[in-house]
Ligand binder design. Sequence first.
Ligand code: DCP
Ligand code: MG
Ligand code: MN
Length: 352
Amino acid sequence: GTKEQIEDKSNPNAFIISVFRKMLDYYTQINDHWRRLAYTRAITTLASITDRRISSAHEARELPNFGESLSTKLEEIVSTHNLKRLQYAMTDPISQVKMLFLGIYGVGPSTAERWIAQGHRTLDDLLQGVTLTFSQKIGIEHYGDLNSRIPRDEVTKMADYVKAEAAKIDSKVELIVGGSYRRGATTSGDIDFIITKEGTTSNQQLSTFLITLVRNLGKQGFLTAELAAHSSSKDHDGSKWHGCCVLPRIPGFNDNGGYKPVWRRIDLLLVPETEYGAALIYFTGNDIFNRSLRLLASKQHMRLNQRGLYKDTTPSNDRLKGAEGELIEGRDERKIFKTLGVVWREPHERWC
Ligand code: DCP
Ligand code: MG
Ligand code: MN
């Protein structure tokens, strides 16, 4: 996300990318599909230019995915180190309310818009005046906590805690923190656990483990609430768990001047070993990097998703029914890169 502390300094257009990224996040938040796509494409283009600085609208106009408007904005960013449209988005009162509401877990753009149309402007308005789901209530009660970034060393402590509990249940299960943490970010929005075990071919083989882990962590007070997944129906097959957690008091780490429990978002995700590589790629991200890999795959008549790299010979009709075509590779992250003809990139190099 935008709040990540690391910028890809090796890219000569890193500053432009960072401003475009903020625009992209804004349009993602307000659900402007077309602008979101336009910015995603433009960022992908800029990220691929590693040998020169783009500084004028004229130059930008020659690039793929750069129309008049984006080219003008690029020049404005370079010459003023600022973007008026972004400033406006950040200060316009209605945009502000919308961002406030979208910061509530379980609230999407249509809900936020409906509440605004009904006249609600504050979190208090919502508590008084609308019917909230359980997740939304949690999202409001812990709004500050859940919207603050998690320092890297806290994620590490949480990971150690969960790994120790997991090992008590099954020492052969492997847990790795993906997402922004795996990319080396100094702060993260949430904690993304990818869970697998040698020899597994389906998530069912891990489902008892997940149930036990969640129960044990809940009893200890580490997991504090289960949250319904955002809209996606695929999330209800027992291979995922979304919720909140709190790092217990650790002497010398978080008890200096008194312990204050902070609620964090945590995602637990089961992956069979046969899909581990593809899942690692997907859940390491970032989202733009994932998109460029998928694009690269499709250009070579392959398909990449979080389960594997496939030969893209499936008719689109069958694909809608869930057929995935012939699997080329799923297990090995490096092999997927290699098959795509991409030079291996360490997780911390996968910003764009
Ligand atoms: N992901 C993706 N496309 C999405 C959402 C997620 O490709 N629309 C992938 C890439 C992300 C990973 O899943 O890196 C984890 O999703 P998060 O939303 O947790 O994002 P990050 O961990 O990257 O950032 P944050 O620190 O904000 O959690
Ligand atoms: Mg994350
Ligand atoms: Mn996540």
